[in-house]
Design a binder for this molecule. Structure first.
Ligand code: XIL
Length: 397
């Protein structure tokens, strides 16, 4: 076997010299894993490695590296903003499909599976909708009908092209919200009650029988106390179980994975345990928006390596924990980062008091960071019996 491989790679001379136990030098190895991309390495496990796509960067002629890395390294793509309601229907009744269509076409050209993001969320809603509800000109019955029409219209438009849809996003509060017990939060729960969640899944299923339908949220990487009053993961787990018991067509739960190096976060076994518990409900899982930000202290901003290095290493360690846990769970179908370069990351614009950054796997000059190498090593060195091929569910009816 070994000999045949050597012959095939032109190493007969070494073999005939009798050095049968010699290990070929790295440069002569027929397969150099470090030269592979995340995309290729992920697919060894059937795992799709994705990224959020910033369409401004995608279209910037002065930024070719963005497109090269996007195409080479990722087998899945999520629109960072252009499939959100405010982008799709800025004026009531008139959909602007241009940017979303362009995103879908680009992903298809790149041979990438698409995560549709997002159908029902309380943020980035069009002004006409929120204002209309606030001033009373849109009542409850009409609001529900508007939501039904939106979900149906968008899902139908991209029917057959979307692998996973984030049907409902961030419907659950955080333990530090008021009241401090977990509850259904935001615009939709306030105006329609929590029943909108089951409705949205049913409407999405009716519009596309083939997409996998996901509930998506943050701070659900691991279980906490197990009390749904203060453990968000438990609350979401109970919710998903309840939806399944009602026959709602939910196929998966997406864990966003927005972490920060200033927090304690989790270890691989805790995260793998959470993924396994969702899997035992018969659900797929995915990491959908992973980034690991850090405080941009004065020292970091001044370039002090004593402040920068521990942060880059802690960031890498957190990418590692989430990816390893995903690899360990055959129903974890994809691992998506929320932007791949610090050049185009939502973090500095969003977390600015105090300033945060350094959240992605490539720096601002497209140099791969420690986090990228750690992800790559995780994909290379994972294998049976603990890492098995992915098991994708059939879309639930
Ligand atoms: C963020 C985008 O990255 C930003 O560009 C935008 O200004 C705000 O939204 N959870 C989600 C994503 O589900 O849609 C959010 O994306 C990040 C948090």
């Amino acid at each position: 076997m070994m000999l045949r491989r050597w012959i095939a790679t032109g190493m007969v001379a070494v073999a005939t010299l009798g050095v049968l136990n010699a290990v070929p030098a790295a440069a002569d190895r027929p397969y150099d894993p470090a030269a592979q991309t995340l995309r290729t390495l992920g697919l060894r496990h059937g795992l799709y490695i994705g990224t959020a796509v910033d369409t401004a960067a995608l279209n910037d002629p002065a930024d070719p590296r963005y497109r090269e890395i996007l195409r080479a390294e990722f087998s899945s793509a999520t629109a960072e903003n252009v499939m959100k309601w405010e982008a799709l229907e800025p004026t009531r009744g008139s959909y602007d499909w241009g940017p979303a269509d362009q995103f879908v076409a680009a992903a298809q050209r790149n041979g990438q599976r698409i995560r549709g993001h997002v159908l029902v969320w309380h943020n980035q809603l069009p002004g006409w909708l929120t204002t209309g509800v606030e001033d009373g000109s849109i009542g409850t019955t009409e609001l529900r009908e508007i939501l039904r029409r939106h979900v149906t219209t968008v899902v139908k438009r991209y029917r057959g092209k979307i692998w996973q849809w984030d049907v409902v996003n961030e419907a659950v509060s955080d333990p530090w919200d008021t009241p401090s017990t977990l509850h259904y939060k935001g615009f939709w729960a306030r105006h329609l009650g929590p029943g909108y969640i089951a409705d949205a899944f049913r409407w999405a299923r009716a519009a596309d029988p083939t997409a996998l339908l996901f509930y998506n949220d943050y701070n659900i990487e691991a279980f906490g106390s197990g009390d749904p009053a203060d453990d968000k993961t438990q609350f979401v787990y109970d919710m998903a179980k309840g939806l399944l018991a009602q026959g709602v067509p939910i196929d998966g739960v997406g864990s966003q994975g927005h972490l920060g190096t200033q927090y304690g976060n989790f270890d691989t076994l805790q995260v793998a345990d959470a993924l396994r518990r969702f899997a035992r409900l018969g659900l797929a899982t995915a990491f959908t928006e992973v980034d690991v930000r850090s405080r941009m202290t004065d020292g970091v901003q001044a370039g002090d390596p004593e402040e920068i290095n521990p942060r880059l290493q802690a960031s890498a360690a957190n990418f590692h924990v989430l990816l390893q846990a995903c690899l360990a769970e055959p129903r974890c179908l994809s691992f998506t980062v929320w932007g791949f370069t610090d050049r185009h990351s939502w973090v500095p614009g969003w977390f600015d008091d105090p300033p945060e950054g350094l959240a992605t796997i490539y720096d601002e000059d497209y140099q791969p960071k420690r986090a990228y190498q750690v992800m790559k090593a995780d994909l290379i060195y994972a294998g049976p019996p603990y890492v098995l091929p992915r098991v994708a569910p059939k879309p639930r009816r």
